[in-house]
Design a protein around this ligand. Structure first.
Ligand code: HPA
Length: 273
């Protein structure tokens, strides 16, 4: 188990004096969804490259920026870009956005991601509210992060997704007349997209969408007692479902196409909290 307060002491000190406010809601913006940050009133932006100890983002579509923003009076902490295991980072680096939000006493977090469809009724452009996940591929890393948690902490880990937050998200989608799918997010470790056989197995085992993020962030934020929900943007058919070969460029392109829908939904969610 790693002492995050010690590991990130310079980073925490750096933020101490300069953050403009205590955020009410943190949002991690997934691949291609970072543009959302431009649609709200931003008070202060940090490049993660200037933050001591912050891992460098190595992926296209992940800007590596942290914004303190406001929308309709609500105080937001936006992470434009995240850190993945497949970039070669350690689990205690991948959960850094959650840890920062927690240290800023933020009580709620919305995690978003780009994901491939597994459920044959899901299509690129759909938004899916995560109602459960399969994190079997990342248990070892989670254990190294959290270690021997007490009973209370263990119970808190089961609080994902927050049912009350999910209820608000569903209501927000209804108000915006956005068809929100619901399903199981299946964590895959990468480094490449899945094989057709892996997607087929995932479907047989009950997965609806596959992606390489979110689960560790959601487990960790729930463990810390933060109210946590997550939304996937289905950016592509899972490997083998369609004949087209998958690329990261396609993923960000589709995410861009749903930008307007995503923005409306997230703004309505912010309104409702
Ligand atoms: N698989 C895994 N991660 C992803 C995918 C996918 O098909 N699309 C976007 N992120």
């Amino acid at each position: 188990m790693i002492d995050l307060n010690f590991k990130y002491k310079d980073l925490l000190n750096y933020f101490k004096e300069i953050i403009p406010f205590q955020p009410e809601l943190a949002i991690i913006l997934g691949s291609g969804l970072g543009e959302f940050a431009k649609s709200v009133n931003t008070k202060k932006t940090f490049s993660t490259s200037e933050i001591p100890g912050y891992p460098l983002s190595t992926i296209e579509g992940h800007a590596g920026k942290i914004h303190f923003s406001e929308y309709e009076g609500k105080k937001l902490l936006l992470f434009q870009g995240r850190i993945h295991l497949y970039e070669g980072y350690k689990i205690y680096e991948c959960i850094l956005p959650v840890f920062i939000a927690y240290k800023m006493r933020c009580k709620k977090i919305l995690i978003t991601n780009a994901a491939g469809s597994v459920n044959l009724n899901f299509h690129p452009g759909d938004l899916m509210l995560i109602n459960s996940f399969n994190g079997i591929n990342i248990k070892k890393e989670l254990t190294s992060l959290i270690g021997l948690a007490g009973v209370e902490e263990k119970n808190r880990m089961l609080n994902f997704p927050s049912l009350s937050f999910n209820k608000k998200i569903k209501a927000a989608a209804l108000e915006e007349k956005i068809k929100l799918k619901e399903g199981v997010y299946w964590y895959t470790k990468g480094p490449s997209y899945e094989t057709p056989a892996e997607i087929k197995m995932t479907r047989l085992c009950g997965g609806d969408a596959a992606g390489m993020s979110t689960v560790h962030e959601a487990v960790f934020s729930s463990y810390l007692g933060m109210e946590t929900s997550a939304i996937s943007c289905i950016t592509n058919y899972g490997t083998g479902i369609s004949k087209t070969k998958l690329s990261h460029a396609d993923v960000t392109e589709t995410a861009n196409l749903v930008k307007e829908k995503f923005e409306r939904l997230v703004k309505r969610i912010i309104n409702s909290i």
